[in-house]
Write a protein that binds this ligand. Structure first.
Ligand code: C5P
Length: 224
């Protein structure tokens, strides 16, 4: 297969990571989860400072942060913060509440972006996030923008939490997503926006397997 860089962007709960992981396994691409890096940086600050407020000084700390990610051929993705496996911890609701402050910071974004480009190397990858097709890899071979209604996205998140034994209030999850949509859509640099050349897929009425086969077909067309 020809080398390919696939960028998958979209709002929280649009299904980017589940779909991208499966496509990666089925087509032998490396999967890179950019949101997990922002989550790990947020965890670092929360553990260090206890809380994060708008205007928090994030300078001088990034060099103390070492993040690694390991994608296995069985589709599992692990994220390590200074050598510690934080894959579960970074999915906690407390991270979602503070992450906007971290991902608004330009120095954090530059730090994450250079890590992402380093991990991508020269191989075939599928990377998901908010600004992959616009900032990280504006020259990506294939750009996908995944979307879904707020109701569907909230429902998916609730199901995900339930599967890991957590029961959250539906309205709380919905409000949290609306808040993150707002933050992700209006930051001055690296905001969530559909690239002009991205293929838009509304997944509200599609199941995961349907979305995966659409994307696999697009990848195969590009690499044929
Ligand atoms: O994709 P995920 O929900 O894990 O992303 C968590 C958060 O990380 C997003 O809400 C956003 O604030 C930030 N993020 C970002 N740019 C990316 C990926 C994630 O700002 N490329």
């Amino acid at each position: 297969m020809k080398k390919i860089v696939v960028a998958v962007d979209g709002p929280a709960g649009s299904g980017k990571s589940s779909v991208s992981k499966h496509v990666a396994v089925d087509l032998g691409l490396k999967y890179i989860d950019s949101g997990a890096i922002y989550r790990a940086v947020t965890l670092f600050f929360l553990e260090k400072e206890g809380a994060l407020a708008k205007g928090s000084d994030l300078s001088g700390v990034l060099e103390k942060i070492n993040i690694d990610q390991d994608f296995q051929s069985d589709g599992t993705s692990k994220t390590y913060l200074n050598g510690r496996d934080v894959s579960d911890l970074i999915r906690d609701e407390s991270i979602n509440k503070s992450i906007g402050i971290v991902s608004d910071d330009r120095r954090v974004r530059d730090f994450v972006n250079s890590l992402l480009r380093e991990w991508a190397g020269n191989g075939s990858i599928i990377m998901d996030g908010r600004d992959i097709g616009t900032v990280v890899f504006p020259g990506a071979d294939l750009k996908i923008y995944l979307d879904a209604s707020i109701e569907v996205r909230a429902e998916r998140r609730i199901l995900e939490y339930r599967e890991s034994g957590k029961y959250l209030d539906e309205n709380e999850v919905k409000n949290q997503i609306i808040l993150r949509d707002g933050q992700d859509g209006k930051r001055p640099y690296g905001r969530l926006v559909r690239a002009d050349d991205a293929i838009y897929i509304d997944t509200s009425d599609l199941n995961q397997a349907e979305v995966e086969s659409m994307i696999k077909r697009l990848v195969e067309d590009k690499t044929a």
